[in-house]
Each structure stands twice: as structure tokens, then as C-alpha cells.
Ligand binder design. Structure first.
Ligand code: SAH
Length: 388
């Protein structure tokens, strides 16, 4: 149908640049914006980006953009777009999202209804269907979204289906899991490389360790799931299969990794282990039931990534204060290790006992969190004994 598309890869606030970097690594030029990254490509790009982007939420096609200050302008603008190039006869096309921000049009249900009406009318005209008969919508789904920002309407079709953070490996998640795409992004923001040891001492359902292993083995994060676009008539099954096959050849299953996840709760360790098995990483990650206060290691130049309990979520305030304080003391001997701690506690540094080298604001869902970053002292292996 179409050869070239404009896309946006959506991302959580604070992670757009990470998605931009991933897109460039896949060979796509892109522009990083608030909450999204824009790029262009063909049908192959739909498959490739959905399968490979680790930090993005969804990949959406930009069908068009136009000024929409009145309902008439909205209707005409939607009608004028080339919907027939995306939606075959029989397609189901719910307007799954209508969002108006700082615009004259602000009644979202009406915007949604008018958008639907205009697309129906366009398809009826294109396919020579009588106007009085509703279109059958029994085929594959193309979810349509409209956003009107400062009187400019943008029409999108979601290609992903469920959000890309749903990799398909998490069977159970415990009380306060971090999203998989956020965990991957934090790893990409950290100074961890697959040749360094990695420990998550509060691993919960194991997200950081599993995402690290997928990065380390160069396994496509979406290998274990399906996407909405795979059901679309104009997406060639063979093309999708070839992108999936290629991903298989790019994985380096024999890369040596040193990744360990620990948690005080034996039940969480079992869940993490299960999730890793589901991701096909059974023998790649070491899991251990352990209090983080008992963490000791002779290894050097490693990275600790931790998303410890926050007050609001899992523990009462007093217990959090003690835990953060003990965490600080436990990490003191690990001088060559870098530490990345994600918490919503604004007084983390005081409780932990050291000021972070760097802080980065992120959002875990709607919860504002900070990534506190402490960089390890780099030493050569021969000098290591004196330091650690
Ligand atoms: N990032 C995880 C969620 C971590 S929630 C995920 O994606 O699932 C915090 C975890 O810290 C919980 O699983 C809790 O059991 C664990 N925890 C709390 N106190 C601990 C301690 N003293 N030592 C180790 N783990 C602890």
C-alpha cells in the first residue's frame, strides 16, 4: 500500500534521548521531541523497531497533521487524509484515544466521534459503499489516536498493540515492578557494559537482570511477543519473518555474562527465576535469596543497579530510612563499583550518606523518581586488591 511512513516512537518523559540513540543505532535518522521520537521508514521499519527498541513504549504511524480549530476543520482535515492506504475494507478501527491540550477544541468525546465519522465517510467514498450501511469492522484492528495540541491535530495508528514494555516474559511481578523498557533505558544510561559484573541486590521480579541479559546477548526485546501490525493485510508475513530470523542470527547466546539478582524475599527470587526461564535465560543469570546488607564481593569495576522499596510503595518510612542507611554502609567497601539507585525518596542522599555524582529525573509510570548515580573509581586489575 504505502512505501514510506512517518513514525513516532513514544517514550516515557526523560527517556526520549535513549530511544533516539537506539533508533540511530538501528540506522534511522530521527528527531527527539517531548515524549516521542520521530523517524521515517518503510514496512520493514515497523517490524524492526517494534522488535528491537528497548526503551520505547509504542511505535505509531503519523497519518497526518493539520490545524483544527473548529469541528468542521477537524472533520475536513481527517477526511482529507489517505486512510484508504492504511485501512483495508473490513478493518476494525476504533478511535482508541482522543486528547486535547491547550486547544480551542477540548471536548474529547466529540473529537473522537467526529474523527470516526470522517474516516468512515472517507472509506465509504473510496470503496463505493452506500452511506446508510455501516462499514463492517470484523477484520484486524488498527487503533487510531487523535491528539490536538495547540490547535494542531495529529492522527496516528498504533502498530504495536500492547505496549512494548510488555515483553512477554514476566509471568508474575510482585508489588512494585519497574517497567521493562524503563529498566532497559536505565541500563543504557548507566556505565554498565556486558563485560562488567552487574548486581541488582533488590531484584524483585528480576527486571533489571533480565533486561541486562537481553542486552548482553543482543537478543531483541520483542522476540517473545506479537504485535498489532502482524495481523495487517498489507504487512508481508515473509518480511516480518525475515526480520525475526535476522534477529535470531544477531543474538550471541554464548557471550559470557556476570549478572546476579538478589532479594530478601525468597518468593520474589523464585518469581525472578521463573521470569528468566520464560525469557529463555535460565542459565544466564545467578539468583540468590539474600539481604542487601549482606552483599560482599571481591570482584571489581562492577555495577550495582537497585530499585529499593520506597516509602509510598512497600515499606513504612522508618524502615526505608534504616534500609537506605544500611545500603550506604554496605556499599562503602565496593569502591570500584558504580551504583545506580532509583527511588522517589527526595532525601535519599542524606539517608544513604553520600551525595550522588549525578541525578536524573525519571517517571516510573506517574511516579516521579530520581536515578541517583555514583561512579566507581576505575582501577586496573593489578591494583584492585588494595582498593576493594
Ligand atoms: N525492580 C524490581 C522491584 C523491586 S521492589 C522489579 O522490577 O520487580 C523492591 C524489592 O526489594 C522487593 O522485592 C523487596 O523484597 C526487596 N527488599 C526489601 N528489603 C530488602 C533488603 N533488605 N535486602 C534485599 N532486598 C530487599
Amino acid at each position: 500500500m504505502k512505501e514510506k511512513f512517518t513514525f513516532v516512537a513514544t517514550a516515557a518523559a526523560g527517556l526520549e534521548a535513549v530511544v533516539g540513540k537506539e533508533l540511530r543505532a538501528l540506522g534511522y535518522e530521527c528527531q527527539v521531541d517531548n515524549g516521542k521520537v520521530r523517524f521515517q521508514g518503510g514496512v520493514r521499519a515497523i517490524a524492526e523497531t517494534n522488535l528491537w527498541l528497548r526503551a520505547a513504549d509504542r511505535i505509531k504511524i503519523v497519518v497526518g497533521e493539520f490545524p483544527a480549530r473548529t469541528f468542521e476543520e477537524l472533520f475536513q482535515g481527517v477526511f482529507a487524509l489517505d486512510w484508504e492506504n492504511y485501512l483495508p475494507l473490513g478493518a476494525s478501527f476504533p478511535i482508541s484515544k482522543a486528547k486535547c491540550v491547550r486547544s480551542k477544541l477540548h471536548n474529547e468525546p466529540s473529537v473522537q466521534a467526529i474523527t470516526k465519522k470522517a474516516i468512515v465517510k472517507k472509506l465509504q467514498k473510496h470503496f463505493h459503499r452506500p452511506e446508510e450501511v455501516p462499514l463492517m469492522e470484523s477484520g484486524p484492528e488498527y487503533k487510531i489516536e487523535i491528539s490536538i495540541l495547540k490547535d494542531k491535530a495529529t492522527l496516528l495508528i498504533d502498530t504495536s498493540g500492547s505496549s512494548l514494555f510488555k515483553r512477554g516474559y514476566r509471568t508474575e511481578k510482585g508489588g512494585a515492578p519497574i517497567k521493562e523498557n524503563m529498566a532497559a533505558a536505565i541500563l543504557e544510561l548507566s556505565n554498565w557494559y556486558p563485560d562488567k559484573p552487574l548486581i541488582d541486590p533488590t531484584c524483585g521480579s528480576g527486571t533489571f537482570c533480565i533486561e541486562a541479559a537481553l542486552i548482553g546477548l543482543n537478543i531483541a526485546p520483542g522476540f517473545n511477543r506479537d504485535f498489532a501490525f502482524e495481523a495487517w493485510s498489507w504487512v508481508d508475513d515473509n518480511l516480518v519473518q525475515s526480520v525475526r530470523d535476522e534477529a535470531e542470527t544477531k543474538a550471541h547466546y554464548d557471550t559470557e555474562l556476570d549478572i546476579m539478582g538478589c532479594d530478601i524475599d525468597a518468593r520474589m527470587v523464585a518469581i525472578a527465576q521463573n521470569n528468566a526461564r520464560e525469557a529463555g535465560l535460565e542459565n544466564v543469570i545467578k539468583w540468590k535469596q539474600m539481604r542487601l546488607q549482606d552483599l560482599k564481593t571481591d570482584k571489581i569495576n562492577g555495577v550495582i543497579i537497585s530499585n529499593p522499596p520506597y516509602g509510598e510503595r512497600l515499606l513504612d518510612d522508618k524502615a526505608v530510612d534504616i534500609l537506605y542507611n544500611e545500603m550506604g554502609q554496605t556499599f562503602v567497601p565496593l569502591k570500584t563499583w558504580s551504583k545506580f539507585i532509583l527511588t522517589s525518596d527526595e532525601n535519599f542522599e542524606i539517608k544513604y550518606g553520600t551525595k550522588a555524582d549525578k541525578k536524573r529525573k525519571l517517571y516510573n509510570g506517574t511516579l516521579r523518581v530520581d536515578l541517583y548515580q555514583y561512579f566507581g573509581e576505575r582501577v586496573r586489575r593489578s591494583e584492585a586488591r588494595k582498593v576493594n
